[in-house]
Design a protein around this ligand. Sequence first.
Ligand SMILES: Cc1ncc(COP(=O)(O)O)c(C=O)c1O
Length: 434
Amino acid sequence: MGIPHNPVIRYNEEEIELAALLRAFSRSQVEFDGHALTQKGWPAMTPTLSTRLQPLSISVFSELNRRKRELLEQGQTFIDLSIGSPDLPPPAKVRKALSEAVQEPEHYGYGMHGQPTFHQAVAEFYASRYGVTLSPQTEVLQLMGSQDGLGHLAMALLNPGDIVLVPDPGYPIYSASVVIAGGELYPMPLREENRFLPNLDEIPQEIAHRAKMMILNYPSNPVTALADTQFFAQVVQFAQRYDILVVHDFAYSELVFDGLRPLSFLSVPGAREVGIEFNSLSKTFNMAGCRIGYAVGKKELLDPLALLKSHLDYGLFLPIQRAAEVALTTDLSLLADQVHVYERRRDTLVNALAQHGWTVNPPKATMFIWARLPNGHSSQKFALDLMEEAGVVVTPGYAFGPQGENHVRIALVQPEAVLAEAGQRMGDHLRRRG
Ligand SMILES: Cc1ncc(COP(=O)(O)O)c(C=O)c1O
């Protein structure tokens, strides 16, 4: 398999809007305050997109978003199951801690870096939840959401010609970050018959030798799969043999169902020498808007990202750090309650779809259903028609990579009654379409 020189990149909504903005900027005639400006000089300057960013301006979502906006303007309402932003609130203690912390006048300076108490809370959480021992001082790096770290890591590590092995389908920032950093992508297909694990034996040796990183994500978005110790042990061996940094995105570590347990990559023998892990408070504690996450692993492996970040930002708002500490050290039995909420939502939607003629695999983890479209429907067309005709918004699988085609991702971000209604509408829509 050749190396894709013109990778197909997929983006989330915010990234699409950014791309549209950048495209608008690169036109020869820029509108400013309603006036067309064509003269040289600020603010009529007309920067063009860098060659690197150009692939980012093409998107599967453009048509879907354009149509969604039009329909909203016409007054149509939707059940929106497209974005994985939790609808549940953070624990009450966390909200209380945040509101108290914002009252403190000394909390308004630059945060600069993670507070020692935050680092300590992450280390305790990792020890108790995943059996991984971390040095709070050197093996925890605070991030503005795990996206911050995942987005910047490639920039900190890649040189031209370096390859990154990414899952296909996979969460869009993995490929976008590599493109922005000027690296090359090598997609690893995730196939259902291989439990959505990449087949490492399929990776050609010359690719493996040029690869600098491998990105993995279990529990995975969008395919909802889990990894096991045996697979991670193979990854460790592969990484040792080819000198590759393994980057494990563990954002859904606490959304694992049916009594199964999450598996941290760092808990596998040898993994600490070859890999780092990203995690987040966004899904575990419903703090997505607070933008707080972290990377963990050996200091030497985290240092390049820490160095880049020391040039880019001044750290997190202190009250958010305080709220995150409270979340990580609170009574964690609430995590089990949350898992039950998602299990019930999953069952409700899977059953509603089945009753209306659409059988999908119930996920073992994450907040998504990864649903295969019968009869080879195009995911983009299906999602567009579903939105227009049934008023339900889902994400086309192609948005996560070519291997995601003929699937849609449905986010369990509404109460059960709404999901039951959505299931009925989706099933009926599919039946009408044949
Ligand atoms: C797989 C995965 N990783 C990372 C993120 C980023 O999460 P955050 O930046 O909020 O920590 C998301 C968000 O949806 C995700 O789905």
